[in-house]
Design a protein around this ligand. Structure first.
Ligand code: LLP
Length: 451
């Protein structure tokens, strides 16, 4: 992944550099880590660990920064549709709703969450390569703002659903521009061999086909080439290709009034600067700005990723052979990104440390897999049992990708807003783990017992 150690030229940023690069993090006079105005240790004391903490002020500030960059590039009309998959907590969605953002959803569940949090259906777009008839029916009945259609087959399904509901549905055609986003293979979506979107060469024919189907109003195009994209070049290439397609479609007499530009803007997981929003907005303006389009964006990670941390406590440290291990009470079931994408996350002490020299240590969780490793050879001061650490940049694709593997309850979560904070998810109880499971009576039936 583009954010792995190789990015740092072998010298990883230390805790001070990581904190200095994140305006929402600071140290108080005693060395305790603060998120906005709240000491993380006080949240950990109340809620226990592992525990997610998100900064509402930080998310609002990032949303405003994105808005300003778009406005400054002359794109005041561009709409932001937050990609719910990055962090679907109701509190985060309610914050987005209050800030005027729309949503990008990919399942009936995400649609339900967005509506529940108060995001109006008309401001929701529905993406995804495998929407079922039931998903589409739910979206159409709710009055969804737009469906991003990814295949001819889906067009036929959506038309049938629209007809049955007696509604006309606005849609855009998601095209696959065959552009390399230069990110991790597992989160690249805009190459010809990926499952996403309509093949570039079929796009015009599919658009024309959509215009013939009852109940459908083709409004334009959508494109999303991947996630954690750190260079602007792939965006420029993809949006440039889409602009050409808009011109060609219009020349053939089609109405094309919208382009949904997807998400994918990366964040620095280290201490660097990351892609510039001004630069990104400039690319949008250069490529699509003069076509009189309604532009839409679907950012997820950029808005919420840096705003969250995963707090964990040290269980113990041990030495096996040559390697030193720091075993945390958080694991890959909480934050799977390092195991799944070899992703690099900053890990810093959240309380004052003794100032002993830093030694390289492998930071691992208690799950019974070697992949349950958050970091290798990380330089940290000596940390004893109960010491609190913060795993940084866990606001996106953190809690949403959690599981209860190894029968580990889902972690608690808290939302900070300036100087106040609230619990937004209590820790799952052990008994909740099996509360929806049923054991058939015949398993304990005498006739089968001992079989
Ligand atoms: N729109 C569509 C159609 C998407 O598929 C995605 C993300 C987004 C928007 C938001 O992308 P973002 O701005 O967050 O990059 N679990 C992976 C990331 C998967 C992204 C999937 N699609 C990770 O932890 O890195």
């Amino acid at each position: 992944m583009a954010d792995d150690e190789s990015l740092f030229g072998g010298v990883e940023p230390d805790a001070a550099a990581l904190i200095a690069a994140r305006p929402h993090l600071s140290r108080d006079a005693d060395g305790g880590l603060m998120l906005e105005g709240v000491a993380l240790a006080s949240i950990a004391r109340d809620l226990g660990t592992p525990c997610w903490v998100y900064g509402a002020g930080t998310i609002r500030r990032r949303l405003a920064e994105m808005r300003e960059a778009l406005d400054a590039a002359g794109l005041a009309h561009a709409h932001i549709h937050y990609a719910v998959k990055a962090n679907d907590h109701l509190a985060i969605l309610a914050l987005m709703a209050a800030a005027g953002a729309g949503a990008d959803v990919v399942s009936a569940g995400e649609l339900g969450r967005a509506l529940q949090a108060g995001i109006p259906a008309g401001r929701i777009v529905f993406s995804g390569v495998g929407k079922t008839l039931a998903d589409l029916a739910q979206a159409v009945t709710a009055g969804i703002g737009q469906v991003n259609v990814e295949s001819r087959e889906e067009l036929a399904m959506l038309s049938a659903v629209a007809e049955a509901a007696g509604r006309a549905v606005d849609l855009v055609i998601r095209v696959n521009p065959d552009v390399d986003a230069e990110t991790h293979a597992k989160i690249t979506t805009g190459k010809a061999e990926n499952k996403f979107g309509i093949a570039w060469d079929d796009a015009e024919a599919v658009y024309a086909y959509a215009a013939t189907l009852p109940g459908l109003r083709p409004r334009g195009l959508a494109v999303h080439i991947g996630s954690q994209i750190l260079s602007l070049a792939p965006f420029r290439e993809a949006y440039g290709r889409v602009a050409d397609l808009v011109r060609r479609l219009r020349a053939s007499g089609h109405e094309v009034s919208r382009v949904d530009c997807g998400g994918g803007i990366g964040i620095p997981y280290g201490a660097g600067a990351g892609p510039s929003l001004t630069g990104f907005a400039g690319v949008l303006a250069d490529t699509l700005g003069d076509l009189g389009l309604d532009l839409m964006l679907e950012p997820g990670r950029w808005l919420v990723g840096p705003a969250g941390v995963l707090l964990a406590s040290v269980v113990l440290s041990k030495q096996t052979g040559e390697r030193r291990f720091l075993v945390l009470d958080a694991a890959m079931n909480d934050l799977v990104r390092p195991a799944m994408y070899d992703a690099w996350h900053g890990i810093v002490p959240a309380e004052a440390t003794t100032g002993e020299p830093q030694k390289p240590v492998d930071i691992v969780g208690p799950v019974c897999e070697t992949g349950d490793t958050f970091a290798r050879d990380r330089l940290l001061p000596a940390l004893g049992p109960q010491a609190l650490v913060a795993i940084l940049d866990g606001g996106a694709y953190g809690a949403v990708m959690s599981s209860t593997y190894n029968a580990r309850p889902l972690a608690a979560a808290a939302l900070v807003d300036g100087n106040r904070w609230a619990v937004i998810s209590p820790r799952q109880e052990i008994a909740d783990l099996w509360s929806r499971e049923r054991v058939p009576a015949w398993l304990s039936d005498a006739a089968f017992a001992g079989a």
